[in-house]
Structure formats: C-alpha cells, structure tokens
Write a protein that binds this ligand. Structure first.
Ligand SMILES: [Ca+2]
Ligand SMILES: [Ca+2]
Length: 423
C-alpha cells in the first residue's frame, strides 16, 4: 500500500512538473481596445479628440500569467479631419507641432518606462496610409513587467489626445483602424514574458475599436454651444458659519426665452461645488439669444434670474452669480444667509410654493424620525429629518413662492392655478 502511494505521489509530482512546464509555454491571450472616443475643446469648439487604449488578459486559468513586456501601437486614419499641412514636421516623433498635437495624456501603467512612447503622425508606405503611432518602450526584462489584469476592462495603457491646433476638425470620417499584420511595416505588436522569454503574442483578431465612425465632429457639433458658469446656493445646504455647502447636490438649470411666453429652450444638469458654489453648465440646443436662467433643486424653491434675461452668445462662457445680491433673482427672490444670497429651502413638493403642504410633510417625516440620503424633507442634508430642518425652513412657510414672469402679478408673485393667493 505504502509503495503504491509512493508511486502515485511520484506520478502526481511528475504530472505537475510536466503541466507546469507546458503551462509556462502557453501564450497569454488578450483584448486590445481603443475606446472612449470623446471630443473636447481647447481653443476652438471640437478641436481635440481623446481616446483610451485598454489591454486585458483573456485566458486566465489556461496561461499561468500575462507579464507585460510592451506594445507597439499603430492606427491608420483619415488625415483629412485635420486642417494643417500634411505631413506634419518630423517623421518619427512629432507630438506637438504648431499645427498638430498627438500626445499621451494619461495611463494607468505606474512605471512610466513601460508606457509606449514617441507618439507621432505621418504617412506610412507598404501599404500607404496616414497613421498615428505609439512606439514600444524599452523591454523591462523578465520579472520587471507588470501583470496585465484579467478583469474588465483591463489596464488603460494610454489615453491619447489628437488636437487640431488650427481649429475645429474638418467634417470627415475619422476612419480609424488598427494597422495590423500581415502588414509588415508599422504594424501593431504585443509582447509578453512567456515563461522567462520575451515573446511576441500579437493576435490582430482581438484588436478592436469601439467608435461610431460618423463624420466628425459629430457629437460635438452642438457641444457646447452655450456655456454658463453659475454660482448658486441652496439655503438649506449652506452653512454660512463655515462658508460651505454640506453636500454637492445636483441642480437642473433651464434657459427660457426672455419674452412671452418664455418658452423653454434648453436644460442642463450639474453639481454645485461645495466650496466655490459654482458649476459649469453646457447647453447643446440653444443659439444666441436672451434667456432667463431658471434653477431647480429638489427641495429648494425654483429661482429665476433677474428681470429682462441674460444675453447668451455661442462660444462664450456666461457668468452668473445668484449669491452676490438679492437683485440677481427675479423679484429679489433670494434669502440672505451670512453674506450670501441663497435659494429658499423648503419647496418639498416642488409646486412652486413653500407652504403648509411642505410643512406637513416635514412635520410628518420628523415625527417618524426619517433618516436617509436625499430625503426631500431633510433640508440641511445631514441625513435626518428633525428640528434643525424646521429652523431652516422657519419663516419660509408663509407664502414664499416662485417669482417669475409666468403666472404672476406685477411683482412676479406666483398665483395658484385659480389665481387665488392663499392668506
Ligand atoms: Ca411646495
Ligand atoms: Ca436634516
């Protein structure tokens, strides 16, 4: 029996050894993906395109590991999206000329000597194509590469930025594609340490690009036409002793025509910063015009900008500060806290009135000791409905209403639907 066991043990150890030698010889497989294509603005609308390159190990449990050795990345693309003189100056490394910029602007690879290098643009031959290129970095040597993760989406090898410095991209399709084998010259290659050997493991079939190839700058044509830097405070969330907002809450901002019937033109959402009380809003569906700015927050009173509206121009950031003076709001409809003006707290029902209906909800929730995140009756945003919220709402329960040019009397006071102002 003992002999048999020993014999079985030897067999088992041999089998393990053979398996481990074989496993060490198995190449890792991977996905190489270019994605998250996004347009942005540096000097002109839509003059810059960003995208990420991710590498993910895909045969965990088959290959023992994927130790990164390097990647050499090439894409063909349509140079006609760019407006400068082609080819750009320099052929091997031209990340930043007066007309073009193709740069690495981010990476999750912590060892910078492993990030691909020398981004450049030029025209390749055999076959001819206009290309973007990232060169492989120095191979680190076995044991010095990092483990490529198998969890989605893998590691961000680089975030790239293609900037057309002369202005908005030309309208054309980008036609970006991996330049792959069997092309010999300037083809994408992927290397790993297999066992201890630096091994090329390139499999073009797993190189993909997640991009809707509409003529560019398709998702940027309307983005951003009008931008608004808004300063706004919610009375409930604002602690004037510490000059801070207790929470960064989402507010929704609307543009409405400044003339009757004050048609709704556009909307945008954003979070008010708890320290500088500001947020940038981008309106994609507006043209030049005079608009009222209307701000809504889920338990504050809807607040309109001052009488007459604001003049908005495409491409120019409009600044508006509701906190500086009560006169910044239509009908001076702001409440002073410390030295700053805030939107009234307490329109829990969001009907445009702070009144008994809201008070009842607060009263009821306080009796139930309600707690939680984003409760409409939690006016100060501390997670509890209690006496503090009553104090904040104090004095607001008697007829604070939205003031706007809509449904109002001459002072902008909002009527109920029956035009009756409750006592
Ligand atoms: Ca209400
Ligand atoms: Ca509270």
């Amino acid at each position: 029996m003992k002999k048999t066991l020993n014999f079985l043990s030897v067999l088992f150890i041999l089998a393990l050894a053979v398996f481990s030698i074989r496993a060490q010889g198995i190449n890792p497989t991977y996905n190489l993906v270019a994605k998250n294509f996004e347009f942005g603005t540096i000097n002109d609308d839509c003059d810059v395109l960003y995208f990420d390159v991710y590498l993910q190990w895909t045969n965990e449990g088959v290959a023992p590991n994927y130790e990164y050795a390097g990647v050499h990345l090439f894409w063909s693309f349509n140079k006609n999206v760019l407006t400068g003189t082609w080819p750009p100056a320099g052929t091997t490394s031209n990340p930043d000329t007066t007309e073009f910029s193709f740069k690495i602007v981010g990476s999750e690879i912590t060892n910078s000597t492993l990030i691909p290098r020398s981004p450049s643009l030029w025209t390749a031959v055999s076959p001819t194509a206009d290309i973007m290129r990232l060169s492989i970095n120095t191979f680190p040597g076995y044991g010095n590469g990092f483990a490529v993760p198998s969890t989605f989406p893998g590691i961000k090898v680089v975030r790239m930025r293609l900037w057309n410095k002369l202005g908005t991209f030309n309208t054309a399709t980008l036609d970006i594609a991996w330049r792959n084998k069997p092309i010999v010259q300037f083809a994408t290659k992927v290397f790993a340490y297999v066992g201890t050997l630096n091994t090329e493991i390139t499999t073009p079939a797993t190189h993909t690009i997640e991009y809707n190839n509409d003529p560019i700058p398709s998702n940027c044509v309307y983005d951003p036409l009008i931008s608004l830097n808004l300063k706004f405070l919610q009375e409930g969330l604002y602690n004037h002793m510490f000059n801070l907002l207790l929470r960064k809450d989402t507010v929704k901002t609307y543009l409405r025509n400044a003339t009757s019937p004050y048609q709704l033109i556009d909307s945008a959402s954003g979070k008010i910063d708890s320290v500088n009380f500001s947020c940038n809003f981008f309106f994609n569906n507006s043209s030049n015009g005079v608009y009222y700015i209307v701000v809504k927050h889920f338990n504050s009173l809807e607040t309109w900008s001052k009488n007459g509206g604001e003049n908005f121009l495409i491409g120019i950031t409009h600044n508006y500060d509701f906190t500086a003076s009560s006169s910044q709001a239509y009908g001076d409809n702001l409440k002073l806290r410390g030295t700053r003006y805030c939107a009234y707290a307490g329109d829990i029902t969001q009907d445009g009135y702070i009144d008994g209906d809201d008070f009842s909800i607060l009263d009821n929730d306080a009796r139930l000791f309600l707690s939680g995140y984003n409760l409409p009756s939690d006016l100060n945003g501390d997670g509890f409905v209690d006496g503090i919220d009553f104090i904040i709402g104090d004095n607001n329960w008697q007829y604070i209403t939205v003031k706007s040019p809509l449904n109002t009397d001459a002072s902008g006071f909002k009527f109920r639907n029956n035009n009756f102002i409750e006592p």
